[in-house]
Design a binder for this molecule. Structure first.
Ligand code: BGC
Length: 748
C-alpha cells in the first residue's frame, strides 16, 4: 500500500492510521492495534483472558497498584494521591516511605485555594501540570480531584475540596479533570458520595433527601463524568441507604453507571470494601487497601483474601454467580488502560519543573483572598515601612507535610517569613516572634520537613515577646490559623470547634492593642471564627498554598499582585449559623446496637449561603467575597430578551469598569432567583461567574448565557430536572451579599 503513495500523502496519514497499518503488517493482536475502535480492542483482550487473570485485575496487588495481565502485555494500574501533588512512593505493602530519592514533586495549592481563584483557566493549568507530574512518575490514575461539598466547617478534609457550592465546584472540576487526562493519566474523582465529615467516616450513614442529593451533593461528580469525561471515580467510606458507598446499588449502579452512563472504573477508597456479594453486584470495579498493610490477613498472600479475590473466584467456581459482572469490571479496567498506559500517543510528562512551580505560584496568588482592608493598611507601603514584625507559627511552618493522604514531599517550599524577607530585603527590617506554639511536629508517614520547631518557653513569655516586637514595629503581620495536624485541617478527624486553636484569639487581641497596623493572615482550609474582627484592620485568607506559599503571600501583601481571590464558602459568625449544625445532624446519632451513626441532612438544600439567605443570617464574610486594591463599578445589566421558550437561551451582559489606580481582576457573579415555584427553592443560586482583568480606567463587558439548566430544580417525585414557567430574576453580584443589579425575565 505504501508503494503507491507520494510523500505528501504519507505524511498526511494520521499517526493512528500509520500504526494501524504497521500493526496489520506485523499481525499485532487487535487489542494492541491502536487504530482499531476501543470497544473492539476491549472485547479482543477480554476474550484472551482466563478467569484467574480477570479476577486478579479487580483487586490490589500492592498498596497503590493492581495487576495487569503479564502474559498479554496488559499493564498494571498504578494509582497515586492526589489531589495537590504526586504522593511520594511508599513500600509495596505499607504506608511507610520507600525512600526513593527521585520522587519529590511540585506542591500545588490546596483545592480550596484553586476554587478561590474562581478562574477555570487556573483549574485547567492545575490539572495539566499535576497530570504531567503523574505521567512522569508513570502513574495511570491520579486520585483527585476531591469534589465533596462543604456542609460543615468542621470537616477536616474541606481543604481538599472546592467549597460549598455545586456550580462553582463543577465548573472548576471539569477543566481539572480534562487537564489531568490530557496527559493520558486518569483523574479519579472522589469521594463518591456524601463523604462530608471525617468523624466516624467509616460508620456514618447519610440520610438525605433526593433534592439535596441531586442539587447539592452530586452535580460536581456528574459534571466531572459527563462533561470532563473522567475515567475513574472513587467510592467513599461512609454509607448511604445503609450500604457502603464503595458498593452501593443506588449511587454506583443506578445513578453513576445508569443515569449518567459512566463507562470508566469505580475504585474503592482504601479499605472501603466490606462485602463480597455487594462488591460483585453493586458497581465496584477495583478493590484497594482492604487491609492497611496488605498482609495482615490470609496465610499466603493477603491480597488473595480480598473480598474480590479468592472469595469471588470461589463463588464463580461454585456457580453462585456467573461472570457477567466480572466481565463488566474487566472491560472498564481495560478501557482505563487503553486510555492511559496503552495509549502510545500520550505525552511523557515532567516533574518539579520551573513551569510547574510557576503554575503553583500563579494559582496561589490568584486564590489568596483579601477579606478586610480598612485604613489602607494593605498593600504595605514599602517606601515608608522600616520595620515589619512577622508573628505566628504559621509564618515559619511548612504546610505541605501532614493532613493525611494529600501529604507531599516537595522539592521546595517557601514559608511566609522567607518570602517576606526575600521581598523586603534592603527595604525594611523583618523581625520574627513565634507568638504561640501550635504543632511543632513536621512528619507524616516518614516524610519529614526537617524543620526544628521545638519551643520550651511558656505561652505568656511568647506572647510578651510578640507584643513587645509589635510595639516597636511599623506594622505587624500575624500568620496563624489552623495546620495539618489531627483535629485541624486533617484527614480522619474533624475540628472540635469553629474557633482558632492554641490561644490565638487572645494573642491577636493583644497585638491589635499594641499596634493599629495589624494584618492577620489566616492559613486554613476552613472558615474560622474571628471574634476580634472589628479590632483588626486587615485580614487575608491564605489557604495552604503549596511550594510557593511564601512568595505568593509576599506578592499580595506588598501589592506586587493585586488580590483577586473570592471565598468558595461562607465564613459563619458562629457554628449555629450553619444549617448542618442548626437543623441537621452533626456528627450523627449512634444506633443502639450497631456501630452505625445516622447523619440526617435535615437542612436539605440549604447549605452555605443558601442557609444564610433563607434565615436572613449575616455571615462574618459571605460566599464569593474578596476585596481588591482597586475598585470596580458595574454598569447597567441588559438581557438579550425578556421572554424565553423552554429550550431557548438568554444572554445577560454587564459592563464593569476599573475605577481605581491599579490593574486588577473582578469576579462577576450571576445568581438566579426563581420568583415563584411549586417546590421550595433557595432565595438565589450561583449559575455563572467570570473573572475579568482590567487596567485602571478600563471597561470590560461580561456576558453570561442563561439556559434551562440554570433555571431548573430537581423534582424528586417525577425524578427529573424541571424548569417551571414563570418569572425569574438574574442577580449580578460581587458576592453572595453584594448584589449590584437585578433583571427580570420570563420562562414561557
Ligand atoms: C483517602 C483517599 C486516598 C486513599 C489513598 C484514603 O484514606 O480517603 O482520599 O486517595 O486513602 O491514599
Amino acid at each position: 500500500m505504501f508503494r503507491f503513495m507520494n510523500l505528501k500523502q504519507t505524511l498526511s496519514l494520521s499517526a493512528a492510521a500509520l500504526f494501524s497499518v504497521a500493526a496489520a503488517a506485523q499481525r499485532l493482536p487487535l487489542y494492541l492495534d491502536d487504530g482499531a475502535p476501543m470497544e473492539q480492542r476491549v472485547e479482543d483482550a477480554l476474550s484472551r483472558m482466563t478467569l484467574e487473570e480477570k479476577t486478579a485485575m479487580v483487586h490490589a496487588q500492592s498498596k497503590f497498584s493492581s495487576p495487569g495481565v503479564a502474559r498479554l502485555g496488559i499493564p498494571e494500574v498504578w494509582c497515586t494521591d492526589g489531589p495537590h501533588g504526586i504522593r511520594p512512593e511508599v513500600l509495596w505493602d505499607e504506608w511507610e516511605q520507600a525512600a526513593w530519592s527521585n520522587d519529590s514533586c511540585t506542591a500545588f495549592p490546596a483545592l480550596t485555594c484553586l476554587a478561590a481563584t474562581w478562574n477555570t483557566d487556573m483549574a485547567r493549568l492545575y490539572g495539566k501540570s499535576i497530570g504531567e507530574e503523574a505521567r512522569y512518575r508513570n502513574k495511570s490514575v491520579l486520585l483527585g480531584p476531591g469534589v465533596n461539598i462543604c456542609r460543615t466547617p468542621l470537616n477536616g478534609r474541606n481543604f481538599e475540596y472546592m467549597g460549598e457550592d455545586p456550580y462553582l465546584t463543577s465548573r472548576m472540576a471539569v477543566p481539572y479533570v480534562e487537564g489531568v487526562q490530557s496527559n493520558g493519566v486518569a483523574a479519579c474523582v472522589k469521594h463518591f458520595a456524601l463523604n462530608d465529615q471525617e468523624m466516624n467516616r467509616f460508620t456514618s450513614n447519610v440520610i438525605v433527601d433526593d433534592r439535596a442529593l441531586y442539587e447539592i451533593y452530586l452535580p460536581a461528580f456528574k459534571a466531572a463524568v459527563q462533561e470532563g469525561h473522567a475515567w475513574c471515580i472513587m467510592g467513599s467510606y461512609n454509607l448511604y441507604k445503609d450500604q457502603h458507598c464503595c458498593h452501593n446499588q443506588y449511587l454506583l449502579n443506578d445513578i453513576l453507571k445508569g443515569e449518567w452512563g459512566f463507562d470508566g472504573v469505580v475504585v474503592s477508597d482504601w479499605g472501603g470494601t466490606h462485602d463480597t456479594g455487594e462488591a460483585i453486584q453493586n458497581g465496584l470495579d477495583i478493590e484497594y487497601g482492604t487491609w492497611t498493610n496488605g498482609l495482615s490477613s490470609g496465610t499466603r498472600n493477603a491480597y488473595d483474601s480480598y473480598y474480590l479475590t479468592q472469595p469471588y473466584l470461589d463463588r464463580i467456581k461454585k456457580g453462585e454467580v456467573d461472570t457477567t459482572q466480572l466481565d463488566d469490571k474487566v472491560r472498564r479496567i481495560l478501557r482505563l488502560s487503553l486510555r492511559t498506559t496503552m495509549d502510545r500517543r500520550r505525552p511523557f510528562g515532567s516533574i518539579a519543573t520551573p513551569e510547574h512551580f510557576e503554575a503553583a505560584r500563579r494559582i496561589a496568588e490568584e486564590g489568596i483572598v483579601l477579606l478586610k482592608n480598612s485604613g489602607g493598611v494593605l498593600p504595605l507601603d514599602v517606601s515608608k515601612v522600616k520595620k515589619v514584625a512577622v508573628i505566628g507559627e504559621n509564618a515559619v511552618k511548612m504546610m505541605t507535610v501532614g493532613g493525611g493522604s494529600s501529604s507531599l514531599k516537595t522539592r521546595h517550599e517557601t514559608v511566609p517569613l522567607e518570602g517576606l524577607r526575600k521581598r523586603l530585603e534592603g527595604v525594611a527590617e523583618v523581625a520574627y516572634a513565634r507568638g504561640y506554639v501550635g504543632d511543632a511536629g513536621g512528619e507524616y508517614d516518614g516524610v519529614v520537613t526537617g524543620q526544628d520547631l521545638a519551643e520550651s518557653r511558656t505561652a505568656e513569655a511568647l506572647m510578651a515577646e510578640a507584643v513587645a516586637l509589635a510595639r516597636e514595629s511599623d506594622c505587624v503581620l500575624f500568620f496563624g490559623g489552623l495546620n495539618k495536624s489531627p483535629h485541624q485541617d486533617c484527614e480522619d478527624t474533624d475540628r472540635t470547634g469553629l474557633e482558632l486553636p492554641y490561644g490565638q484569639d487572645a494573642l491577636i487581641g493583644a497585638l491589635a492593642a499594641a499596634n493599629p497596623n495589624l494584618v492577620v493572615v489566616n492559613i486554613s482550609g476552613n472558615p474560622v471564627a474571628m471574634p476580634w474582627v472589628d479590632q483588626v484592620p486587615a485580614i487575608i485568607q491564605g489557604w495552604y498554598l503549596g511550594s510557593e506559599a511564601g512568595d505568593a503571600l509576599a506578592a499580595v501583601i506588598t501589592g506586587d499582585v493585586n488580590p483577586s481571590g473570592r471565598l468558595p464558602f461562607t465564613f459563619p459568625v458562629r457554628l449555629e449559623d450553619v444549617g448542618a449544625h442548626s437543623a441537621g445532624d452533626y456528627p450523627g446519632r449512634k444506633r443502639q446496637d450497631e456501630d452505625i451513626w445516622d447523619v440526617h441532612y435535615n437542612e436539605g438544600l440549604y447549605v452555605g449561603y443558601r442557609w444564610s439567605d433563607r434565615h436572613d443570617i449575616k455571615p462574618l464574610f459571605p460566599f464569593g467575597h474578596g476585596l481588591s486594591y482597586t475598585r470596580f463599578d458595574y454598569g447597567t445589566a441588559t438581557l438579550s430578551k425578556s421572554e424565553l421558550a423552554e429550550d431557548d437561551t438568554v444572554t445577560l451582559s454587564v459592563p464593569v469598569t476599573n475605577t481605581g489606580q491599579v490593574a486588577g481582576a473582578e469576579v462577576v457573579q450571576l445568581y438566579i432567583r426563581d420568583v415563584k415555584s411549586a417546590l421550595p427553592r433557595p432565595v438565589k443560586e450561583l449559575k455563572g461567574f467570570q473573572k475579568v482583568t482590567l487596567a485602571p480606567g478600563e471597561t470590560g463587558t461580561v456576558t453570561f448565557t442563561i439556559d434551562k439548566s440554570a433555571l431548573s430544580y430537581f423534582d424528586d417525585v417525577a425524578h427529573k430536572w424541571v424548569a417551571e414557567p414563570g418569572k425569574f430574576e438574574a442577580w449580578v453580584a460581587a458576592s453572595a451579599t453584594d448584589i449590584r443589579q437585578k433583571v427580570t425575565f420570563t420562562l414561557k
